[in-house]
Design a protein around this ligand. Structure first.
Ligand code: DGL
Length: 271
C-alpha cells in the first residue's frame, strides 16, 4: 500500500513556524504544507467563508495523499474545524483525520501552575468564535479568560513589516497586563514570529505560550495513541510546499527555515 503524508495547513506563512518545529521533532515523516497566501488573512472573514476555505485546503491536501492534516491556523480551527470533523470527514473521507490547535493549546495552558488569569491575543474571528474561552472553561471553569482581537497584526507580519507590528502588539499586551493576567496565549499562527518581543514586553512574571513549542509534542502523543494512522504515514523525509500565491516574504522565510533548495509550488484550491 502506498504511504501517505502529514499535511499542515495555514492561511499564510505563520504556519511555517509550526511546520518547522513539527519537522524538527518528527523529521522522519513525509510532509506537505499548504499556505493559502492568496486569501490571507482569514481573521476578518465570516464563519461560512472560513469553512469553505478550510474545506478547500483540506481537500487539496487529501488529494496530495495526506492521511492526517494539522490545521495550524487558529482562525480556521476555531471557526470551521468542528464542522469538518463532524460532517465533512464522515461523509467524504472517513479514514482520514484533521486536527486543530485550539484544544491542544487550551489543554496546555490550564496545566500551567500559575494559569488563573489567561490572556489571549488572536484574530477577530477567533475571538468572536469564543472557542478558546469555551475550551479553557471546560477544562478549568474557575480560570479567568481575557481575549483581545489584534486584527492589524497579521497583514504587517505577512508583509514582513515587523517594525509596524511592534507598537500594535505592545499596546495590546499593555491592555492585557492591566487585567493582571499571569499567562498570555498567542492564539494566532503569526504572533510567535514576534515572540521574543512579546516575551520582553511581558516580563518574566508572565508565562507566554507559543503553539510552535507545544504542537510537536501533542502530535507525537497523537501518533503514539493512533498507530492505525501512524502506520499509514510515509517515512522518506519528503517535504512539499504549496501556496496559492508566491509572495516574497513566504519564499524568503521558507528557504531560510527549510533550505535554499525547497521548491514552492503555486496552486489553485478553489473548487
Ligand atoms: N493563521 C491565522 C490564525 O492563526 C492568522 C492569519 C489570518 O488571519 O489568516 O489565526
Amino acid at each position: 500500500m502506498r504511504k501517505g503524508t502529514i499535511g499542515i495547513f495555514d492561511s499564510g506563512l505563520g504556519g511555517l513556524l509550526i511546520a518547522r518545529s513539527v519537522i524538527q521533532k518528527l523529521p522522519r515523516y513525509d510532509y506537505a504544507y499548504l499556505g493559502d497566501t492568496k486569501r490571507v488573512p482569514y481573521g476578518d472573514r465570516s464563519e461560512e467563508e472560513i469553512y469553505t476555505f478550510l474545506r478547500e485546503g483540506v481537500e487539496f491536501l487529501f488529494k496530495q495523499g495526506c492521511v492526517l492534516v494539522i490545521v495550524a491556523c487558529n482562525t480556521a480551527s476555531a471557526n470551521a474545524l468542528r464542522k469538518i470533523q463532524r460532517r465533512y470527514l464522515p461523509r467524504y473521507y472517513p479514514n482520514r483525520r484533521v486536527l486543530g490547535v485550539i484544544i491542544p493549546a487550551a489543554e496546555y495552558a490550564v496545566l500551567q501552575k500559575r494559569a488563573k488569569r489567561v490572556g489571549i491575543i488572536a484574530t477577530k474571528a477567533t475571538v468572536a468564535s469564543g472557542a478558546y474561552r469555551r475550551e479553557i472553561k471546560k477544562l478549568a471553569p474557575r480560570t479567568r479568560v481575557f481575549q483581545l482581537a489584534t486584527p492589524l497584526l497579521v497583514p504587517f507580519i505577512e508583509a514582513n513589516r515587523l517594525g509596524e507590528a511592534q507598537p500594535i502588539l505592545e499596546r495590546a499586551i499593555r491592555s492585557l497586563l492591566r487585567k493582571r493576567i499571569d499567562t498570555l496565549l498567542l492564539g494566532c499562527t503569526h504572533y510567535p514570529l514576534l515572540k521574543r518581543t512579546i516575551r520582553d514586553c511581558c516580563g518574566k512574571r508572565i508565562n507566554v505560550i507559543a503553539q510552535d513549542e507545544i504542537i510537536p509534542r501533542k502530535l507525537l502523543t497523537y501518533l503514539l495513541r493512533h498507530p492505525e494512522i501512524e502506520k499509514r504515514i510515509g517515512t522518506r523525509g519528503q517535504r512539499k510546499f504549496f501556496v496559492t500565491d508566491i509572495t516574497e516574504n513566504f519564499s524568503a522565510l521558507a528557504s531560510r527555515w527549510f533550505g535554499k533548495s525547497i521548491v514552492l509550488k503555486k496552486t489553485t484550491i478553489e473548487t
